[in-house]
Design a protein around this ligand. Sequence first.
Ligand code: B12
Ligand code: SF4
Length: 506
Amino acid sequence: MKNKIIIFNPQSANSKHRIPNSILQIGASVHGHHDYILVDGNLEKDPLEKIINLVKSGEYGYFCSSVMPGPQLRQAIPFTKKIKEDFPEITTIWGGYFASNQYQVCMDSGVVDYIINGPGDVAFPTLIKELEKGNTTELSNIKNVIYRDATGTVQKTAKEPLLDQDALAPLPYQHLDKFYSVKNYLAKTFMGGTTLSYHSSMGCPFSCSFCGIVPIFNASWKGKSAEGMYSDIKYFKDHYGIDAIEFHDNNFFTSKKRVVEFSKLILNDNIKFWGEGRIDTINKYSDEDLILMKNAGCTMIFLGAETGNDEVLKQMNKGGTQSGQMIRDFAARMKKVGIIPEMSFVLGMPADTEEQVYKQILWDINFIKEIKEINPDTEIIIYLYSPTPTEGSDLYQQILDAGFSFPSTLEEWISPSWENFDLRKNPLTPWLKPYMIDIIKDFETVLNGKYPTVSDFRIKGYKKSLLQLASNWRYKTGFYKLPYEIKVLHKIWKYRQPEIEGFYSE
Ligand code: B12
Ligand code: SF4
């Protein structure tokens, strides 16, 4: 029977690979109902050869790939193209953030047959069921699907409200272990020797105008219960001895009740953890809650500070609830509690004039320095603003008016400049001039010299002192231009940037 399923995770990083939760959750949705194989591009020497051999066996009918923007496109696009060209009878299905947000270019490519738009827990098994019945075009009743109807028109079905996360099928870790040892995914990080990557909630209740998840979740969020999370984590502690967790949720700290309950449960397990949250949300936690979290192992929190300018925060739809003053106060609170705030800033937002764009960049650089003075442990991540198509938002209209447009073919998405766009390193936005990018990058180099990230535990002792010595005068005087001496040291010691590589290190 030609109905087995290949579920593929394209390569996303060069080393220290995380457990591939996206394909694992899709596997869970068909587990026990369909035969499926998980292929992880991060761990295969030649994943295409492996996939082609599977297809040639004649047992497989579906090639399904998770697709995030950025490096995953390098395998997802050519592999899917090759499969479609050589084996046109194989049905190709994409899911994940890139496929959902850029669905038109994917469907226009002619190599992607169906897209799961957002969560696939119900949509994916239901789509497979319909396709198995031979129904390929009357799919309007399945939520979260993008397909071509009988006339060839691309159709996007209604969105499914987020599901009760405790009611989802358990992740098939043992099935994954048949192909790749789960142990190998539990890497060493700055928090511990055996770190689990765990995803405990879907979505986010906010709608920041620059964020790629907004069109997918429309400001909704649902989390697993504290008990549900704890029982999964306990399994990993008992079976694999984990001592740290990276929570991969978009917004782990959304529910204070859940975080407090979870902190109480994990209090005596000696497990450190890291997660992403919002300053305005966590600022509502009491000191007692924060101390409980710290004692329970909360080591660092990734926070979208974005900018200290209240007007720009409003433009990002983050105004009103977050302000520059709140960011300052929060950095001070975290210092008292002993949790490291890891604040990301988005520089290079559009403005009415070139001068305004530049002025705002300089202003934010000084704001970042102020935050470092308040709490020197604050980790700073700098992104260049890369638009995501939240169609209908004022900001989206503003970027279109300024002459920005997305690639119209999949091939273009894998060109080097668009790859850098995905990494938020080169936004290709017409309002950001090269001299502005230079000052942001030079400042970032000087900042990373003066304050090397704690997530890179190779940079310590004399290396750290030398880097700081080389960077001090530039940092103090604001002369950031061409900091080659710092770049050389970074290169020699292979300085890692958490914003690109995630938080695993050697
Ligand atoms: C882990 C992770 C990574 C890992 C790699 C993951 C991997 N697969 O190997 C690393 C650290 C390498 C990474 C890198 C990047 N990431 Co990333 N990453 C995540 C993160 C935190 C978790 C993904 C995850 O496991 N989710 C859990 C699963 C269960 O949820 P899911 O992926 O949404 O899957 C569901 C559906 O999407 C769908 N689905 C997903 N895949 C598939 C496949 C098929 C076949 C089907 C049918 C359905 C389907 O069904 C699933 C179950 O319901 C997400 C944020 C998040 N919370 O999702 C960001 C996220 C996906 N990353 C993002 C980005 C932008 C990046 C980068 C490109 C840029 C950057 N600077 O961060 C870099 C690329 C750099 C690189 N070297 O690749 C963005 C994408 C936003 C957008 N604009 O589209 C996200 C949403 C973070 C954010 N809020 O900005 N990332
Ligand atoms: S709070 Fe974070 S995850 Fe949520 S919409 Fe804003 S940027 Fe995106």
